[in-house]
Design a protein around this ligand. Structure first.
Ligand code: SDX
Length: 436
């Protein structure tokens, strides 16, 4: 228990003056308390400085809790390990959105509500022809999801709870359909309509792999693995893309535009783009014999080489999702009869070497969710350029849940960080003839 739990406030004193500011502590149900510094500027005329928001709580939330030191991840209080083993992605969607596990009737109704929104307006198909066939599917997903606001005018009024609920159903249901359409477009195959008799994960795999020329049966092993991967990626408190969604939402922007902003932020290789970057990294290293040289490059401060899939802003211990992903990797490969997957051997050797190297130990760099996910997805036949798209499919429910919580927050205000200005001070315009 930290000392803060026995204290009600912190006092910040301006050294060399008799001025101070008392910041009341807001206690957490679990994890660190926070100091409410909203009076600081009024009391002392200063702001706080925290680039990257590493030490700043931007909101109060009841959705997801992470303990980075202990490697704990809870969705609405339920440990990710139990949800990955016992729950389903649709049930986790209900949990994240509504705050508790559904009873049988609630799950049935929620499943129906999401299923009934899986098709997209037929004119959405026209957007795809505007893209090159080799367009990255994240570019397509970002564009088409943002365009949904041009089709669903009856779910744009964010002040109406029912319209917020319909927008949530539409986004959770339609993002996998659009993601699968982006994949089909990239390989020149016809779009596949969703099916109402399939589960969420089955439907996604069906839309990715079915062709009109023959019957396609989803492999139950792959469906179970996909469902678990979606659960593991569903939410992760205030990560970069979720913070982007919250900031966009705080302006009153419609939910489709906010989720498109989240998709854009997730695309970065430091965030959701890491799973694709891990496969690229392993492919460039080629053999386990080259790993030590690569690790030397990573440790060389003059190189900008990072060990993709390693490290995390919050986890300074194992990312619990990486552990589950690694187990799932072994299960899927075994169940698919893939005896030796060189990429998995490489990844495990890379993990072994890194975790015994002082550079990684001192910096508390462990495998994160992205380190093993790409290997499973590749084994499932999903191309590397679709990995981050899959992350976006899963994270849509997290983004929507966090957006909904922010909108419903009493006294919700537009997000607007401050700065420390170190540029030129006031000066007069210089006519062209007097310039250097
Ligand atoms: C996700 O926030 C979330 O919750 C994100 C996510 C989610 O579910 O939403 O968990 C998903 O984004 C996982 C992370 C995926 N990204 C990668 O795998 C890319 C590789 N990782 C790094 O880019 C990095 O670890 C970050 C971006 C993830 C975290 O960056 P931080 O918190 O700014 O870490 P840092 O740069 O302060 O690291 C501290 C030190 C630095 O060295 P020094 O300056 O102290 O000498 O560790 C080094 C960093 O250079 N370091 C790495 C490294 N990660 C950090 N060195 C080599 N390889 C790495 N991967």
């Amino acid at each position: 228990m930290s000392d803060a739990s026995n204290s009600g406030s912190v006092t910040i004193t301006l050294d060399g003056t008799n001025k101070s500011s008392r910041a009341p502590l807001v206690q957490a149900s679990v994890g660190p308390a926070v100091a409410d510094i909203r009076k600081l500027y009024g009391d002392l005329g200063i702001f706080t400085f925290d680039p990257g928001f590493g030490m700043t709580a931007a909101c109060e939330s009841k959705i997801t809790y992470i303990d980075g030191d202990e490697g704990v991840l809870l969705y609405r209080g339920y440990p990710i390990e139990q949800l990955a083993e016992k729950s389903s992605f649709t049930e986790v969607c209900y949990l994240l959105l509504n705050g508790d596990l559904p009873n049988e009737g609630q799950l049935k109704q929620f499943t129906h509500d999401v299923t009934m929104h899986t098709m997209v307006h037929e004119q959405i198909r026209n957007f795809f022809n505007g893209f090159r066939r080799d367009a990255h599917p994240m570019a397509i997903l970002c564009g088409v999801v943002g365009a949904l606001s041009a089709f669903y005018h009856d779910s744009l009024d964010i002040s109406d709870p029912r319209q917020r609920e319909i927008a949530a159903f539409r986004l959770i249901a339609k993002v996998p359909t659009i993601a699968a359409m982006a994949y089909k477009y990239s390989i020149g195959q016809p779009f596949v309509y969703p099916r109402n008799d399939l589960s969420y994960a089955e439907n996604f795999l069906y839309m990715l792999n079915a062709v009109p020329a023959e019957e396609y049966k989803v492999n139950p092993i792959l469906a179970r693995a996909m469902d678990r991967i979606l659960v593991l990626h569903a939410d992760h408190e205030q990560n970069a893309s979720t913070s982007t969604v919250r900031l966009a939402g705080s302006t009153g922007a419609n939910p489709y535009a906010c989720i498109a902003a989240g998709i854009a932020a997730l695309w970065g290789p430091a965030h959701g783009g890491a799973n694709e970057a891990v496969l690229k990294m392993l492919g460039e290293i080629k053999t386990p014999e080259n790993i030590p040289d690569f690790i030397d490059k990573v440790k060389d401060k003059n190189s900008s080489v990072k060990l993709m899939g390693f490290g995390h802003r919050v986890y300074k211990n194992f990312d619990p999702r990486a552990q589950i992903m690694k187990e799932t990797c072994h299960e899927v490969l075994a169940e698919l009869g893939i005896k030796d997957e060189p990429l998995l051997d490489m990844a495990m050797e890379m993990e072994r070497i890194a975790l015994s190297d002082d550079y990684f130990i001192q910096r508390k760099l462990y495998p994160n969710v992205d380190f093993y996910s790409g290997i499973i997805l590749k084994a499932m036949g999903i191309p590397t350029y679709m990995f981050t798209v899959l992350f976006a499919v899963a994270r849509t429910v997290g983004w929507v849940s966090q957006w909904k919580e922010m909108i419903e927050e009493p006294g919700q205000r537009i997000g607007r960080p401050r700065q420390v200005y170190t540029g030129a001070t006031n000066r007069d315009y210089v006519p062209m003839g007097q310039r250097g």
